[in-house]
Design a protein around this ligand. Sequence first.
Ligand code: PLP
Length: 445
Amino acid sequence: MSSSPPANAPSLDNYWMPFTANRQFKATPRLLAEANGMYYTTTDGREVLDGCAGLWCVNAGHGRPAIIEAVSRQLQVMDYAPSFQMGHPIAFDFAEQLAAMAPGGPAAGLDRIFFANSGSEAVDSALKIALAYQHAIGQGTRTRLIGRERGYHGSGFGGISVGGLVNNRRAFPLLPGADHMRHTHDLEKNAFSKGLPEHGAELADDLEGLVALHGAETIAAVIVEPVAGGGGVLLPPKGYLERLSEICTRHGILLIFDEVITGFGRLGSAFAVDYFGVVPDIVTTAKGLTNGCFPMGAIFASRKVHDALMQGPEEQIELFHGYTYSGHPAGCAAGIATIEIHRQEGLLTRGSELADQWQDALHSLAESPHIIDIRTIGMMAAIELAPRPDAPGARGYELFVDCFEHGLMTRMTGDIIALSPPLIISPDQIDRIVTTISDALKHIT
Ligand code: PLP
């Protein structure tokens, strides 16, 4: 069953869809027409529970009037204003409000905010800021960027160079010098862990290996997702992030946390920095920043990094980087309204109240067919299926389609089904997610 387009629907031919099997999709489309609260409605009128907050972004649920009104009001007052050698108060206001809730609190000093328009741009901006920082402090030989296998940092050339998903990389030339640590996913030792996996903190020592191989004086920065999302919800083993941070500090390497998914309440704290108590030099965010209502990203840079670049003649541009839409007034309006909703409804910490129920509900599927691992943290989860030997990814796709047909939107990465519902989810809706998946597991082969 697909959600068939209405009689007068446009042709599906022209839109070349991103990260989509276009021909397969267009033969059996899944078309969404409306969204409200926890639900989408398909073009043929079926209600679909949003198990993914759209694409990990609609953390406060769909159709929030306060955001809609704020964006609409801003577009009427001033639709657009440039941010190159000009400014508009709402961008400064938004930056100030973000700084007040910055990852790690005031002590971390991550309160210098640079705006981009997506997670990919936030990542590329952070990588460039890291390189510019090293250059500015006289460490210009540090040009190497280190990521991790199975990491996802968006689809820009910087992001795919440090990213570790082979399908996103194989057709494209990459930044010279990028290298990778191993990922932390160890099914043999850590499958069905509750809480953080016990085994694997020593994998952070891969960075020591790369320092030994390349020389610390060539490495500018390491970027990791504190919890890898797009690669299949891979949790950091206990002590891993602490060890990585310590190695970075010891070798003068900047640490970047890509919090495009984990930022804004996903783990039950405002940021993963707060959840893990590990403070990097730069944090990238997007998605939940505007509740998915406006394409926007924000980089939280430490004062150390920012101030190192505020040198030289005052009339000189300090960072030759930015976007036409950096600090877009409507995006800032959406972001400020989102912060207010989070504050009023306690959404940044609601995940911590639901996390135990979420974990227990997901782990109740452990004995279901095909499952080889279940992982949860805050309000993220992954269900990993045994791949069919002849067709890796096929089982995951079938589960994803079956769930959708039975009214649940999930996200699939190969044979891993990922979940990250809006943080307004009710306990009943958590049960419905699990029941739908349990039934779907019986339907697939
Ligand atoms: N970084 C991470 C950790 C992400 O999960 C994503 C998107 O899923 C991105 C970067 C890229 O964000 P965008 O798709 O907004 O460019």
